[in-house]
Design a protein around this ligand. Structure first.
Ligand SMILES: Cc1ncc(COP(=O)(O)O)c(C=O)c1O
Length: 370
């Protein structure tokens, strides 16, 4: 039995006619960039995040880049973030000539530790950029008060957290801005690259709308050095078809996560947690165990998809060596990099496949599954 880590074909099978009809309409219209579908998607995502504005952009990476640009981040500024995240959270800071200042994570949520983030702030800190990793929100109240105290702007990297909530917040409504990714494997994924920046602030939204079209308010008149950072109509058309399914898909991920948690209780593995009052969307279901590499090998041999998020924390990446960090600087992130393993938990994963994942993991630990 082969069980992939994610099966986008299974998702597509359920929405194929609607997706193809929506794509067909875009071809009929021949309006491909920043048209009515992008506008409609922006309105719907803004409503989902309880904010007034959403700006469709070319990817999650460009969402972060443009959010930082809109915040005025540049040389001499520091941005506090986590070493345990996808590459572009940190690369976007470096691209703007600013300095990423990293703070270690919490071992249970994998999110940046608020106390360590607070102590990493200096007089140069312009932005706090926490990530809602794997779909578990940061503590919004705590991060808001750190940002206020340190006089920094709070920007959420919500790339993995669409539909997640907790602590009285929806993902996207905690910071001055939040950045989403519609990369195809995300809980809400397009048919290519895409992203969104959401904000409640009129002036920031206006700046983002200019930045994504080369920094020009009017054609060929440039106020800023922006980028080509637009969302296209094909992406928006497909995302509009998928959006009404998102809540159900997130629920399905949660059901699988509960089932795994119950089935794996008692095994020598650390299970992902959900803080009281939080709604984890399990973009990834990530366990931790000392014997990770052997379990990974075992699952591979038995055709069960799995993945490591993230094998090398960003402070140890070759390209970031000039930041001056070294091994041992962020022990929790480094330990998680050795111990974390993501298991298949996508909404269409059948009961039978779930049973197989559970049985194989029990077999690995030498216990028959009841
Ligand atoms: C935490 C995080 N930040 C940023 C990104 C970048 O998004 P994209 O791949 O759409 O550029 C991703 C996704 O890949 C991500 O998981």
């Amino acid at each position: 039995m082969q069980i992939p880590m994610l099966d986008l074909k299974a998702q597509f099978a359920g929405i194929k006619e609607d997706v193809l009809a929506a794509v067909h309409e875009v071809f009929d219209d021949q309006w491909f960039i920043l048209g009515p579908r992008v506008k409609s998607l922006e309105e719907k995502i803004a409503a989902l995040c309880h904010v007034r504005h959403a700006v469709g952009v070319s990817s999650g990476t460009d969402a972060i880049l443009m959010a930082l640009m809109a915040a005025g981040v540049g040389p001499g500024d520091e941005v506090v973030t986590t070493p345990y995240t996808f590459f572009s959270t940190v690369s976007s800071i470096v691209r703007l000539g600013a300095k990423p200042v990293l703070a270690d994570i919490e071992p249970d949520t994998f999110n940046i530790d608020p106390k360590k983030a607070a102590s990493a702030c200096t007089s140069k800190t312009r932005v706090l950029l926490p990530v809602h990793l794997f779909g578990h929100l940061i503590n919004g109240k705590e991060f808001r008060s750190i940002a206020a105290e340190k006089n920094a702007l709070l920007i959420e990297d919500a790339a993995q957290a669409i539909g997640a909530r907790g602590g009285g917040f929806e993902a996207g409504e905690i910071g001055s801005m939040a950045c989403y990714s519609f990369y195809p494997t995300k809980n809400l994924g397009g048919i290519g690259d895409g992203g969104m920046v959401v904000t409640d602030k009129d002036d920031i939204a206006a700046r983002l709308r200019i930045l994504r079209v080369h920094g020009g308010r009017d054609k060929y008149v440039h106020s800023y050095v922006g980028i080509n950072g637009r969302l296209d109509e094909l992406q928006a058309a497909v995302l509009l078809v998928k959006l009404p399914h998102l809540a159900r898909w997130n629920e399905a991920r949660r059901t699988i996560a509960s089932r795994y948690k119950e089935a794996f209780a008692g095994l020598p593995i650390t299970l992902p947690i959900e803080r009281p009052g939080f709604y984890h969307t399990y973009h990834q279901f990530v366990i931790r165990l000392a014997d990770r590499d052997r379990l990974q090998q075992y699952l591979r041999e038995h055709g069960i998809g799995n993945d490591i998020y993230y094998p090398i924390p960003l402070h140890l990446q070759e390209c970031f060596q000039d930041l001056g960090y070294k091994k041992g600087d962020f022990p929790i992130a480094e330990q998680c990099a050795k111990e974390a393993l993501a298991l298949p938990a996508y909404p269409e994963l059948s009961q039978e496949s779930q049973d197989e994942v559970i049985a194989r993991i029990h077999a690995f630990f030498g216990k028959a599954h009841a």
